[in-house]
Design a protein around this ligand. Structure first.
Ligand code: CMX
Length: 469
């Protein structure tokens, strides 16, 4: 294809955009405002297939810059290797979901009656379509997820048989793996579904996956921490209300609002982070969304990734028990230095991509300023924010001395009475399913191939460069 033809194809497949106050808002046609998510997706997929074809025709053979040997040894930092349109992470600005910052999502996405935080249903719609849904479309998603929320009895039994000493993330991963028993994709594949139709059952599985997470999370929470019988899902309420209710906090409107914000900001963080990338990698083998997401959860359960929210609270609690609830700056500084000198990381600080304060941290700080300004632990978190960056800079190792999302989430949950920090990563896991599911749907729609990068031995690297400078 000539580059002119490729350009016109690219333009033809572009959505209508409105520029307002420096923002681009993708407009859905009036007709699309009455469609379900699956119907709208079915309209968008052929256009996006052409868009990708045109992009590859125009740029497919162009170099993306050099790869240096250090990237092979250094956890592939900065290696351009993946495509995902749902969200993009800028090192200084932080995350944008389909081009929108967190404050823009807070402003533009539909809210619950009386609420001011975005409904995660709308964020999922945005991740999948690139469009802002109507209130009616979001309400329909809430209803659909409520209708799909029930767990198979054997999955409930698996969870009920887990010893309470088994980490909630392990229980979570077990339950999600077991949901593969009823996978529409696995069945359709066995029945010989053509490749172009893969996205349909992947969509169904993804919707089931997201819908069933509140029941899994609620059951784990109640089993492990002995907080009573699980109530039923309320089909007239939104996803976050139901999640909060199953956890036992639904009567507190502020906690429900927190869940809406929490899920929205934790949903996606471009494609390369451990959980998102694991989901994509495992999905590329055509493992169904349940298998792919349980693998992603196992990555999220690592202390350098999602488990950091548990680690932050443990660290804060230990700090408070050692130096009190209202320590001086010097006492806090000494504690931070003791952590570093003990060979540990300061949890909640640093990031593989970000080089400024994470806007997900800022969004949570603003929530705290609005709802719990006098909370002692919130004040301590703010005090730490004023002290850690200079100390990490002085220590001289971390490339990013600023806080990430995990530095703030636990203090909010603790404030409302959820002080069982071993559970925190489960909430991260409920949220991250939104981004991974959206990505799996698009990977199947675009026919993404099996992932298979090349690995090298150190001997091979030495040989390649033997006689070169
Ligand atoms: N405290 C102490 N040391 C830190 C540090 C921190 N918060 N952040 C980075 N460093 C150290 C690294 O351990 C590394 O040390 P070594 O050279 O001895 O291995 C050095 O600084 C360079 O690391 P980096 O390039 O700045 O960071 P990485 O990209 O390798 O790692 C991350 C990023 C997040 C794993 C790291 O900053 C960290 O361990 N932070 C604390 C754990 C945490 O908050 N994780 C959650 C991240 C967000 C999420 O995924 O949920």
């Amino acid at each position: 294809m000539s580059s002119v033809a490729a350009r016109s194809l690219l333009q033809a497949s572009r959505p209508t955009v409105l520029r307002t106050a420096g923002r681009q808002i993708r407009l859905s046609s009036t007709a699309s405002k009455t469609l379900s998510l699956k119907e709208r997706l079915a309209e968008l997929i052929p256009k996006e297939i052409e868009n990708v074809k045109a992009t590859r025709a125009a740029h497919g053979k162009k170099s993306f810059g050099p790869v240096v040997v250090d990237q092979l040894y250094g956890g592939m930092r900065g290696l351009p290797a993946l495509i995902w349109d749902g969200s993009v992470l800028d090192a200084d600005e932080g995350i944008r979901f389909r081009g929108k910052t967190i404050p823009e999502c807070q402003e533009l996405l539909p809210k619950a009656p009386g609420g001011s935080e975005p409904l995660p249903e709308g964020l999922f719609w945005l991740l999948v379509t690139g469009e802002i849904p109507t209130q009616a479309q979001v309400d329909a998603l809430s209803k659909e997820w409520a209708a799909r929320a029930a767990l198979p009895e054997f999955v409930e039994e698996i969870l009920d048989r887990c010893p309470p000493t088994l980490h909630p993330m392990s229980q979570f991963s077990l339950a999600v793996t077991a949901l593969n028993h009823n996978s529409a994709f696995a069945k359709a594949y066995q029945d010989g579904i053509p490749k172009k139709d893969y996205w349909g059952p992947t969509f169904e599985d993804s919707m089931d996956l997201i819908a069933k997470l509140p029941n899994i999370a609620g059951r784990i929470y109640r089993n492990v921490f002995g907080t009573g019988k699980l109530p039923a899902i309320d089909a007239t309420k939104d996803y976050s209300y139901n999640l909060a209710t199953l956890l036992g906090f639904g009567e507190n409107p502020a906690f429900v609002e927190l869940m809406r914000l929490y899920i929205t900001i934790h949903s996606d963080h471009e494609g390369g982070n451990v959980s998102a990338h694991t989901g994509k990698l495992v999905g590329s083998a055509l493992s169904d969304p349940f298998l792919a997401y349980s693998a992603a959860l196992n990555g999220l359960a690592g202390p350098l990734h999602g488990l950091a929210n548990q680690e932050v609270l443990l660290w804060l609690k230990k700090m408070q028990s050692k130096i009190g609830e209202e320590p001086t700056d010097q006492e806090v500084k000494d504690y931070i230095w003791a952590t570093l000198k003990g060979g540990q990381v300061v949890p909640g600080y640093g990031h593989a991509v970000l080089r400024k304060t994470d806007p997900r941290y800022t969004a949570q700080r603003e929530f705290a300023l609005k709802h719990l300004p006098e909370d002692k632990m919130f004040k301590l978190v703010g005090q730490i924010y004023n002290l850690v960056p200079d100390i990490l800079l002085e220590a001289g190792k971390a490339k990013n001395p600023w806080p990430n999302v995990d530095a703030h989430s636990g203090v909010l949950l603790t404030h409302y009475g959820m002080d069982q920090m071993q559970f925190y990563t489960v909430l991260f896991g409920v949220s991250r399913a939104f981004g991974v599911a959206a990505q799996l749907i698009w990977d199947r729609a675009l026919g993404a191939p099996l992932e298979r990068p090349k690995s090298y031995s150190t001997a091979a690297i030495q040989k390649i460069f033997e006689n070169k400078q």
